[in-house]
Design a protein around this ligand. Structure first.
Ligand code: HAM
Length: 416
């Protein structure tokens, strides 16, 4: 019987894993330069951490969570996203007492029982950042600035950054009613999902992806027309600061997001080339969540980047292939022993070195060096050894140089 991985999960294999490492290291360095520190929360939480924050009537909570009873009959859920877990930790560990503004980033696997397709998985990964303790719209703009700077460091500067405001618990009910009134007459034509949303979560009709619902919402009330004065001022300042910081953005008044905790600013970064699953990064402000978790009133703002989608974009643009610098071809027992010794010394000095295991003729060892994509082959034979030399072959130019054994390490470590 052949055993297979769980549907919707993937193995991250070389050389793709090199792009993952590049992304993770670049993001961590970048966030730390902006004063963010890493937080690592468990991959599972008690279920209410997610149901109470993401919202009982959202797709994630209704259909997508990996929820189970543990052996103590407690309901536990594999995290479908990072924000709720970070907020739980922020409150539980009283991180608000450490500093009035607290900045955290995280990376790791998330789990959603969605229908797998290209760019959508059941185990996927996010790199996220959250700022706690300030409602200043400068932070919203700075977060987007940090994000777009990161994307350009990754070679992805031309992505579309869409922004919106979804108001606050004071002004949103009136907007929700306006949306409901608008769709009431169109209800029978909406998709079955949106007919259900009409009662539970009508704002989600505004970002439904089905062509019919898209068509039906033409002329729908725009959220920006329903913001109360404080939310309006916040949004105007936010976009003004984006302009000052030269962050390119576009307005998408249909951007309501699929999680209930958002207030005011919401945004998404969209990549055209990715097909249906084209949101690479998404985020927004959630000023009420810390308090809902039992913490002090603490406004907050953040985002999460989908790692699989970002890696796909990076791979479209660059090729990443780690190559061994040196491949050791050895002919004869004494030569094999010398090769083992030299390989160990080269690796100690950080030179990626491969050995031709299982011997064989020079031709066969050269073939293996070629398949390993080595930059150079160091050829050592018993006869050459007796003369105190070895041959270094450049696999690109095919040029061969004779080196004396006592100079090999020095020569190889100083190769350009
Ligand atoms: P989200 O929009 O649910 O937001 O997810 C953020 C990103 O994760 C998406 O834009 C997408 O790139 C990626 N993603 C989501 N689901 C999948 C999936 N099934 N397969 C592959 N990639 C996926 C959040 O999770 C919020 N916590 C973001 C946030 C942080 N808001 C404030 N702070």
């Amino acid at each position: 019987m052949t055993l297979r991985g769980v549907k919707g999960t993937q193995d991250i294999l070389p050389p793709e894993v090199d792009v993952w490492r590049f992304l993770e290291i670049t993001a961590a360095e970048h966030f730390e330069a902006y004063g963010f520190r890493e937080i690592r929360t468990p991959v599972m939480e008690y279920t209410p951490v997610f149901t109470r924050s993401i919202g009982e009537t959202t797709d994630i909570v209704e259909k997508e969570m990996y929820t189970f009873l543990d052996k103590g009959q407690r309901s536990v859920t594999l995290r479908p996203e990072g924000t709720a877990a970070v907020v739980r930790s922020y409150v539980q560990n009283a991180l608000h007492a450490r500093s009035s503004v607290y900045k955290l980033y995280y990376m790791g696997p998330m789990f959603r029982y969605e229908r797998p397709q290209s760019g959508r998985y059941r185990q996927f990964h996010q790199i996220g950042a959250e700022v706690f303790g300030t409602a200043d719209p400068k932070v919203d703009a700075e977060i987007l600035h940090m994000l777009t700077q990161l994307l350009s460091r990754l070679g992805l500067s031309e992505l579309d950054c869409q922004v919106n405001s979804i108001g606050c618990p004071e002004c949103r009910p009136a907007y929700r009613e306006a949306v409901r009134n608008f769709f009431r007459a169109r209800l029978p034509e909406l998709c079955t999902e949106c007919q259900r949303r009409f009662d539970t979560n009508p704002l989600r009709i505004m970002d439904c992806k089905t062509p019919k619902c898209r068509e039906l919402r033409s002329g729908a009330p725009a959220v920006l027309d329903h913001l109360d004065p404080a939310c309006r001022t916040h949004f105007e300042k936010f976009t003004r600061f984006l302009e000052i910081l030269n962050v390119p953005f576009s307005l998408n008044t249909n951007l309501v997001r699929g999680l209930d905790y958002y207030t005011r600013t919401t945004f998404e970064v969209i990549a055209e080339g990715l097909g249906a699953q084209n949101a690479v990064v998404a985020g927004g402000r959630y000023d009420g969540l810390v308090q809902e978790f039992g913490g002090p009133a603490t406004p907050a703002m953040g985002f999460a980047m989908g790692v699989e989608r970002t890696v796909a974009l990076i791979r479209e643009r660059f090729s990443y292939e780690k190559r061994p610098r040196i491949f050791m071809a050895a002919l004869g027992q004494t030569a094999e022993e010398k090769a083992l010794e030299l390989a160990s010394e080269l690796r100690r000095r950080g030179v990626a070195t491969e050995l031709a295991y299982d011997g064989g003729a020079l031709k066969s060892q050269m073939k293996r060096a070629d398949r390993a994509n080595a930059e150079y082959v160091l050829i050592i034979g018993d006869e050459e050894l007796s003369r105190g030399v070895a041959q270094l072959r450049n696999m690109t130019t095919k040029e061969q140089t004779e080196l004396t054994l006592d100079r090999i390490i020095e020569h190889v470590t100083s190769l350009p």
